[in-house]
Ligand binder design. Structure first.
Ligand SMILES: NC(=O)c1ccc[n+]([C@@H]2O[C@H](COP(=O)([O-])OP(=O)(O)OC[C@H]3O[C@@H](n4cnc5c(N)ncnc54)[C@H](OP(=O)(O)O)[C@@H]3O)[C@@H](O)[C@H]2O)c1
Length: 328
């Protein structure tokens, strides 16, 4: 295996006097952080959290300077498993430990998941943290008892990373998917398999504790008023998998959906998911949870030098689908 260079090309965010200085820099390889495995990064991706890690009040970055990038796929070039292709996401990656936006990443071995057969590094990052979270949401809903013949499943923030992947996975599994979006994106969402597209405001609703029972279940990566609205629209015994906060962290709701309709609110966290759950979900992402549109509709590719506008765009809710970052 070739020697890693003394310096690596990286996108770095540094806090300075209440501002964040961001851009491409050269980092000494000795400053990549602690870890027993060195990975040559092939691809990373753009997640909402990456945007937050590069702005002054994002409340995500815990070191400065920081190489953001909360997920990566590449090849182990030093340490246990040398030569194998791997995925790393979650834990402190890209928030308190240098992440995927650098040619090399040094990480603890127990953060590493083997790249499953049937998935390239690019495809793994087309899924990335957002797609993994979508898969986790679907798996949790099904564990709760949600089934394809049980009625329509709502996906909020449907053009986003979590949303697009959830629409694609659910539709491929035979669900009737209703996509909620603030964008004019009917063609895109239908191409992923949505049976119906509704507006974001239609879901946020009128603030009443209980509304018409519309959805058997929901995958929500939006939170705020949208989550409050949809909870009042879940059918008796249904469930919501909640993972995100793009519409806000505040949830103003009542106990009525829970105590009168037996609705379950399932919290989804990918960051601290156990390594067993990660391995199982990545195996299923190649198999029965594979989003069919991974190489086409969902994914676009950029280089490290195109990151800045993409990070700004994701914070404004302007990105559609998943954006992979070509690093190596
Ligand atoms: N819990 C976890 O482990 C975990 C893992 C991954 C992601 N997340 C969270 O999930 C969320 C989505 O992440 P992502 O990477 O998929 O981001 P993303 O690609 O930007 O998707 C978010 C989507 O939310 C919608 N949206 C944006 N601003 C909104 C607003 N003000 N009100 C209502 N809807 C809005 C937009 O969809 P439309 O335009 O289609 O409405 C946007 O595309 C983030 O909050 C992220 O932190 C959590």
């Amino acid at each position: 295996m070739a020697e890693p260079p003394g310096e690596v090309r990286a996108f770095v965010a540094a806090q300075r006097d209440g501002e964040v200085d961001r851009g491409l820099r050269t980092l000494p390889a000795g400053e990549l952080g602690e870890g027993d495995v060195l990975v040559r990064v092939a691809y990373s991706s753009v997640n909402y959290k990456d945007g937050l890690a590069t702005i002054p009040k994002g409340q995500v970055a815990r070191i400065s300077p920081l190489v953001p990038g909360i997920d990566l796929a590449g090849t182990v070039v030093e340490g246990e498993g040398e030569g194998s292709e791997v995925i790393v996401h979650g834990h402190d990656l890209g928030v308190a430990h240098h992440g995927g936006y650098a040619e090399y990443a040094r990480v603890p071995r127990d953060w590493v998941v083997e790249l499953p057969d049937g998935l390239s590094a690019r495809q793994a990052m087309a899924i990335g943290t957002a797609g993994f979270t979508a898969a986790m949401s679907v798996a949790r809903l099904e564990r709760h008892g949600v089934q394809p013949d049980g009625g329509p499943v709502l996906v909020t923030g449907a053009t986003g990373g979590v949303g697009s992947t959830a629409v694609s996975i659910l539709a491929a599994r035979g669900y009737e998917v209703v996509a909620s979006s603030g964008k004019d994106a009917r063609d895109y969402l239908e191409s992923l398999g949505a049976a119906e597209v509704v507006g974001r405001d239609d879901i946020a609703g009128d603030g009443k504790p209980l509304g018409k029972q519309r959805w058997a279940a929901a995958v929500d990566s939006v939170g705020g008023a949208v989550l409050a609205g949809l909870l009042a629209q879940i059918r008796y015994g249904g469930a919501v998998a909640a993972s995100g906060l793009t519409a806000g962290v505040k949830l103003e709701t009542t106990v009525m959906p829970f105590i009168l309709r037996s609705v379950a609110l399932l919290g989804i966290d990918s960051v601290e998911a156990s390594m067993d759950e990660r391995a199982e979900l990545w195996r299923r992402l190649v198999d029965d949870l594979r989003p069919p549109q991974l190489d086409e509709a969902i994914t676009r590719e950029i280089g490290l030098d195109e990151l800045e506008p993409a990070l700004d765009a994701i914070l404004k809710g302007e990105l559609t689908g998943r954006t992979v970052v070509r690093v190596g």
